[in-house]
Design a protein. Structure first.
Length: 76
């Protein structure tokens, strides 16, 4: 699990708004799937089901990586 603290690379809090994230998943080092999702910092806690943006690999393993979810948990 990856947790983002809402800050940029310099450690400063980012501006409120919409953000896009990308998750790369691999299976056996040869099958790669990129999932892309969006969230808005104005939302309360939300669970996001990112959509696959790219899917490569052997056909027998093509659907091995599924049901990826992400959660946005704003700081209290």
């Amino acid at each position: 699990m990856y947790t983002w603290d809402g800050t940029d690379q310099a450690g400063k809090e980012v501006e409120p708004g919409s953000y896009t994230f990308v998750v790369e998943a691999t299976y056996l080092g040869s099958h790669i799937v990129l999932f892309k999702g969006e969230f808005d910092t104005d939302n309360k806690e939300i669970t996001i089901a990112p959509e696959p943006e790219f899917n490569s690999g052997e056909s027998q393993n093509r659907d091995m990586i599924q049901e990826v979810t992400a959660r946005y948990l704003p700081a209290s």
